[in-house]
Structure formats: structure tokens, C-alpha cells
Design a binder for this molecule. Sequence first.
Ligand code: FES
Ligand code: FES
Length: 166
Amino acid sequence: MSARRTIRVVVNGSKRQTTVESRTLLSDALREGFGLTGTHVGCEQGVCGACTVWLNEDPTRSCLVFAVQADGQCVTTVEGLCAPDERSVLEREFSRAHALQCGFCTPGILMSVQALLRANPRPDEQAVRELLSGHLCRCTGYTNIVQAVMATASYLAMPQQGVHDD
Ligand code: FES
Ligand code: FES
């Protein structure tokens, strides 16, 4: 029988704790321990990217990390991208560009793209497509996702941020 251990994690800015088995994956701890079901689990092999979260700001496949490895660390999930009653610019542009259909891949892609835009606010299309090559989307064909990301980068580069007419 696997040993159980209490882990303390700063999740989306709040101190949280839960008890997990030593073999519990971070993806499962987020969904079942913390109720953050926005993190999706697809392949559980590090291939599809659906489970991507930030571990100390670094995009990380949470199905490849044991929950105990996150003890004492900061984790950001898609629920933490912005305040609960808001949408991020990226989420808004995804909606505008129809960059999702079933939405299964979307949380992981949002986490990776937001990290890309943090590091490189004006990525070219090739950089966006390279990033997306690490995420499987069976619905969209990726074109609309690329459009949404490029639109987000253009919007964020405008001098007046924070004002956006839908
Ligand atoms: S579920 Fe983690 S990469 Fe697919
Ligand atoms: S929108 Fe369905 S898998 Fe991407």
C-alpha cells in the first residue's frame, strides 16, 4: 500500500493542502484534491498537453509530476489565469476566433500560450505553431487558435490596454 502524505501548495495564489498517496499525479491532486477540474487529463503520458499547468511559472505537464513533488511550490491552473468573474484577453480572443470546439485541449493550450506571451509578447506565427505542436487538438485544425494568439499579442501591444469593446 502506498504511503499517504499531506502536501502544502500555493494554488492560484491561495495556500492549500491535501493528502495524497506518494504515487498520486499532480494532475489528479489538482482535480480530485483541490477540485480544479479545468486541468484536463488526456493521455497521461506527457504527449497531449491537456494537463499543462504552471509549476512556479513554468508550463509543466501535470501528468508527469507527482503531487508530492509540488509540495511547497506554487501551481497555477487555468482557473487562476484571471479573476473568477473575468476572462483574460487570451480567453476572449479564443472565443472571438472560435478557437475551440469541444474545449478539451483548451486549458492546456491557454496555459502554454500565456506563458509564451509572458516571455515573448510579440511572437511570430512560426513560434506560435511550434508551441502548439506540443498540444493535440482533434477539433480545430489549429488555424483559429493561431489567429486567436496573434490577435491577443496585437491587442496587448496596443498603447491602451484594459479597454476592449466586444
Ligand atoms: S494528460 Fe498530460 S500530456 Fe496528456
Ligand atoms: S477543441 Fe476539441 S480537442 Fe481542441
